[in-house]
Design a protein around this ligand. Structure first.
Ligand code: GLC
Length: 555
């Protein structure tokens, strides 16, 4: 059941937040791209699912160089997705259904079509217009070498040269120039944006790449060739990632967000070292931060327990509540991750997606075999475990249907800049962004009347909403049941580990709520009480391998 008290300023602490990637959710006007009226038309589905809030990935005008994370205008709606009036109608429909709305804010970079960047290109080196970004002269005798050795996250150098010879910084795609957060005009403009959406009724914000806003731009620039390996520094003086001085920005934002009633929430996307996450989550900073530790964890009871314990301690330290997430638009869907052998990087994900379009391949060239049933069984068990944890859980559209990654998209349909910039060695993230199947048949499985912007596989039919909604054994039924029971059982934020046999994770929450997950081969006895939900069938009353159960103990 959703419908938390809309005026409760703590609503986010134990909320279930459902991520909508708008271009792939529901297409109302039949142009092949999901849109805001499509979301509005599915509010009934979201209410029946029982979520508390939607997190909406960027819906702003964008050329889609990076799936909308290249924003042309922070205070408008992409015409392909609708209008500001459509946005208002969506907010009203969500609020009427008791569902809050969190929108994505992308402060690290604009798009190269943003008014400011066009002005910067048309202006001279050293001009105020260029100082909203990071323009630099190159190195080498004729300035033809990049200003530093910093690499882009999508491959290649993080610098792009413009016709007058200067270079600009882009930690992501060249179409995503990094903003200069030392510039007061940049800071003021984002405050205007936060107010713009807060005034329109938005309940909170997800802050994209919060850990990269400020950089050490001293002259000469410090060397940082291994950015990708150093994303998790332990102290806040790395040239780029997770610098302490970024917190000044967030403290200012927090003051603005607290002017609203209830205060607007904010959650940091900060891929920082777990020991530093609390900085973003403190009440005087953003208030909450994503914890990606379980998303990166092997399916292993010891690792799960350590991660859970550590994160609950960290959230107690910051005064925030923990966040839990297994899937989002940037990673391989967890049903597939858990069906693949643990990767060489030890985080249980396939190393890379095959470039030949045929499926999976490791970085070492070997081809892992996907076991889809096992993957889904573990995914269901993991999701049910997550939903029993104190804190807020972020779900990604389609996981409630048990969708797997679409691993075999051919190269010519891929949209993720990673594919081109890696020289076609990495497929990127499109396999998790294929439009949702609503019906068993029909154009694009009910996504819209005009096809889908990424091709959907035939196996989507059996995982469509229509196929699952009346099947008590479906993943959709599991999520609906779990969310309804969670809303009833959710109370204090504490968790107690129970003594248990190896391979079993067993904890209790206030009110006699037991959660047990069996990672081992031997079936396990459940405590006496009422069995509320199980992620799969019990075996002669026992909890089988890769299965989670919620039990409310008999008093
Ligand atoms: C975040 C987004 C990702 C995007 C990147 C650059 O990590 O989740 O999708 O590519 O930021 O904006």
């Amino acid at each position: 059941m959703s419908n938390q008290d809309m005026a409760d300023s703590d609503w986010w602490r134990q909320a279930v937040v459902y991520q909508v990637y708008p271009r792939s959710f529901a297409d109302h006007d039949g142009d092949g791209v999901g849109d805001l009226p499509g979301i509005t038309s599915r509010v009934g589905y979201l209410k029946a699912l029982g979520i508390d809030a939607v997190w909406l990935s960027p819906f702003y005008p964008s050329a889609l160089a990076d799936g909308g994370y290249d924003v042309d205008d922070y205070r408008d709606v992409d015409p392909l997705l609708g209008t500001l009036a459509d946005f208002d109608a969506m907010v009203t429909a969500l609020h009427d259904a008791g569902i809050k709305l969190i929108v994505d804010i992308v402060p690290n970079h604009t798009s190269n079509r943003h008014r400011w960047f066009r002005e910067a290109l048309a202006s001279a080196p050293g001009s105020p217009a260029r100082q909203r970004y990071h323009f630099r002269d190159g190195t080498g005798p004729d300035g033809s070498e990049p200003p530093s050795d910093w690499p882009s996250m999508f491959g290649g150098p993080a610098w792009h040269r413009v016709p007058d010879g200067q270079w600009y910084l882009h930690l992501f795609a060249p179409e995503q120039p990094d903003l200069n957060w030392d510039n007061p005009e940049v800071r003021e403009d984002f405050v205007t944006t936060l107010r713009f959406w807060s005034d329109r009724g938005v309940d909170g914000f997800r802050i994209d790449v919060a850990h990269a806003l400020t950089k050490d731009m001293s002259d000469p620039l410090p060397s940082a060739p291994d950015l990708t390996e150093q994303q998790q520094p332990l102290v806040g003086d790395h040239p780029i990632w997770d610098r302490d001085d970024a917190q000044e920005v967030f403290r200012e934002w927090r003051k603005v967000l607290n002017e609203y009633d209830p205060p607007r929430t904010a959650v940091a996307e900060a891929w920082c070292h777990p020991s530093r996450r609390a900085r973003y989550a403190r009440p005087e900073s953003l208030g909450q931060a994503f914890n990606f530790d379980l998303l990166q964890a092997d399916w292993d009871p010891g690792i799960f327990r350590t991660v859970i314990t550590r994160n609950l301690e960290a959230s107690a330290e910051s005064g925030s509540s923990s966040t839990w997430v297994l899937s989002n638009h940037d990673v391989v869907r967890h049903a597939s991750r858990y069906g693949l052998p643990a990767g060489p990087d030890g985080c249980g994900v396939p190393a890379e997606l095959g470039q030949d379009g045929k499926g999976w391949v490791n970085t070492d060239g070997t081809t892992p075999q996907l076991d889809p049933e096992r993957g889904l069984q573990r995914a269901r068990a993991a999701s049910l475990l997550l939903l029993a944890l104190p804190g807020s859980t972020y779900l990604y559209q389609g996981e409630e249907l048990g969708l797997h990654e679409v691993a075999d998209l051919p190269g010519d349909v891929l949209q993720d800049p990673t594919f081109e910039r890696s020289g076609h060695t990495q497929k990127g993230r499109d396999g998790a962004r294929v439009p949702i199947p609503w019906t068993r048949e029909g154009s694009s499985f009910g996504f819209g009347s005009g096809g889908a912007h990424l091709p959907q596989p035939r196996w989507f039919a059996a995982l469509s909403v229509q196929a699952e909604q009346d099947d008590p054994a479906s993943t959709l039924s599991l999520y609906r049941a779990a969310l309804a029971v969670r809303a009833r059982l959710q109370g204090g934020e504490s968790l107690v580990w129970e003594d248990s046999i190896p391979n079993l994770l067993h904890f209790t929450r206030p009110g006699g709520w037991h959660c047990l997950t069996n990672f081992g081969a031997a079936p396990v006895e459940l405590p006496a009480g009422e069995i509320m939900v199980t992620s799969g069938p019990l075996h002669h009353g026992l909890l089988p391998q890769d299965t989670t159960a919620w039990v409310v103990a008999a008093h």
